[in-house]
Structures are given as C-alpha cells and as structure tokens.
Design a binder for this molecule. Structure first.
Ligand code: SF4
Length: 282
C-alpha cells in the first residue's frame, strides 16, 4: 500500500530529525524522500511507513516539500506539491541587521503540512538513565564551545561523550566514541539523563528521542532555527549575535565571546535544572 502522502527533506541531520515532528502528527502512513545517508534514521520516525531516496519513483499521493530547494523541486517536478516557506531573505536580514528572526523551522514545516507539531518523542524514546551525554562536535568552528573537557571533569555524575560521523576530533579530545551512523548514535542515547551540546543535529536528535537537552548557542540563536525542545538554551545577549545562519570558520569580532563567555558553572546549572525531578512527578 502506498503511503497517504510523501514529505520531502533531503538533508541535513537537524532538518531531517524535525520531519519526525510532522510525520508523528499525521494520522495514517507517511512516506519521506531523503538522501540515502538519512534513510535508516527517518525510517524510525513515528508515522513513517516508507522511505524514498532520489531516483525512486514516488507514489501518486500528495507531496509536501519541506526542503523547497532546486534539488528537491527537480525531484518532484510535474507533481502536485506544496512547498515550505523558506524565509531565506528574512533570515539573512536577521543576521545582517538584527531584524525579526525567521519562524522556527518546525513551525514552518507544520504550516506547510497543515498539521500541529507533534509532542516529542518523534522517534522511539530513549531509555532514561543517569549518564550525562556530552556532544562536543560542530561542523563550524564558531559553534564550538571551548570548555567541553572542563565540563566533563566538573560534572559530578557519569559522563559519556558522543559524536556522530565527522565529530571524531572533538570526541577524541574528551575521550568519547563516535558511533558509526545515525541509527547507532541514536541507540547510544539509551541510559542518558540528558544531552548537552551545541546547536547541532545531535542536540535535536536527543530531543527527538525525548531526552531533556541543554543547547549552547553562540553565532546562531535559539529564536531562529531548530530549537523547539524540552530543556534550556544557554546563550548571551551580545549585539553581534547572530552573526551567521549556520555558524562560520572565524569570529568576525575576534574574541568569540558568544562561546567563551559561557562558563562551565552556567552550563552545569542548566543541566541540573533540566534533570531535576519535576514536582508532582511519580
Ligand atoms: S562573538 Fe559575535 S561575531 Fe564572534 S562568533 Fe560569536 S556571535 Fe559571531
């Protein structure tokens, strides 16, 4: 049986993870078209019954293009497609002139799909335990917080450093492991009490399996992007923020104060708040 609809999101990790907030909201079966490297991962999202990769023939069902890029439009050419509003200009103006931020990614997805965002978890929930997961990796240098090793030493409970493909150097610095593939990474989150990381796909993946998360934001902000999670965003009110939509190689101001100004004690306090038993909880 074909799915009732197909959602399209080719990349990247954080965006693909947020597609789970939409597939979980639909009644019935949903198919997702994505790049092969995310196929195993999105197949685990709630509500997903079929996964397609470029080159596959899509079934004759409504399509919602949550990517709306030249590549995704080529793949759905001639079909009845509803595309997400990208808000590229608004988001660029926000970076350049500190004007109104774009809407959160997940809200734009929900609007395009015509559903309300489903509450997390959007993927099979992680088994909860007592280990703090630290995710120090970030593709862009300005998104890297310099105190991960100090945090690992200072946290009073068990700690595990975790990275995905591409995070090897950051992980080696604090003695953790890089899992081979996103599904292994997702499974490695079992036994955690929370995950702390930068504004990266791993942070959003942890939130998608229901873990409390602490996100450390520097060149990007929690108001303009992927943050929609149970947890805390730690960030400083600097006039240069945000300086980038995705992070960059060097700090334009030169001092990297957006990250260097966030000390370990502040992050520990945030972790303690998100892992504290809630009043009234059993
Ligand atoms: S300190 Fe300002 S300019 Fe430098 S990376 Fe952070 S947000 Fe960008």
């Amino acid at each position: 049986m074909p799915p009732d609809r197909v959602l399209v999101r080719l990349s990247s990790l954080g965006d693909v993870v947020l597609v789970g907030a939409i597939t979980a909201a639909f009644p019935g079966d949903t198919g997702v078209l994505t790049l092969p490297r995310y196929a195993d991962l999105i197949a685990r999202a709630r509500g997903v019954s079929a996964v397609y990769v470029p080159g596959d023939v899509l079934p004759d069902v409504p399509i919602v293009d949550l990517h709306n890029s030249p590549a995704s439009r080529r793949l759905t050419l001639g079909r009845n497609v509803r595309g997400v509003e990208r808000q590229d200009l608004r988001r660029r103006l926000h970076v350049a002139f500190k004007t109104r931020p774009g809407d959160l990614v997940v809200d734009r997805y929900a609007l395009a799909a015509g559903v309300a965002v489903a509450p997390a978890p959007w993927f099979p929930a992680a088994e909860r335990g007592g280990t703090l997961i630290i995710a120090p990796g970030a593709a862009h240098a300005t998104k890297r917080w310099p105190y991960w090793r100090a945090l690992a030493k200072a946290w009073p409970g068990p700690v595990r450093a975790l990275g995905g493909p591409g995070d090897e150097a950051a992980i080696a610095d604090i003695g953790g492991v890089c899992e081979d593939g996103w599904v292994r990474t997702l499974e490695a989150m079992n036994g955690a009490c929370a995950l702390v990381g930068g504004d990266t796909g791993l942070l959003h993946l942890a939130a998608a399996v229901g873990l409390p998360v602490v996100g450390i934001f520097g060149p990007t902000t929690s108001a303009d992007g992927f943050w929609c999670h149970a947890g805390e965003a730690v960030e400083l009110p600097l006039p240069c923020r945000p300086c980038s939509r995705f992070g960059g190689a060097v700090c334009a101001v030169g001092d990297h104060a957006c990250m260097r100004g966030i000390d370990v004690a502040r992050v520990i306090a945030a972790i303690e708040r998100v892992t504290a038993p809630r009043s009234g909880a059993a």
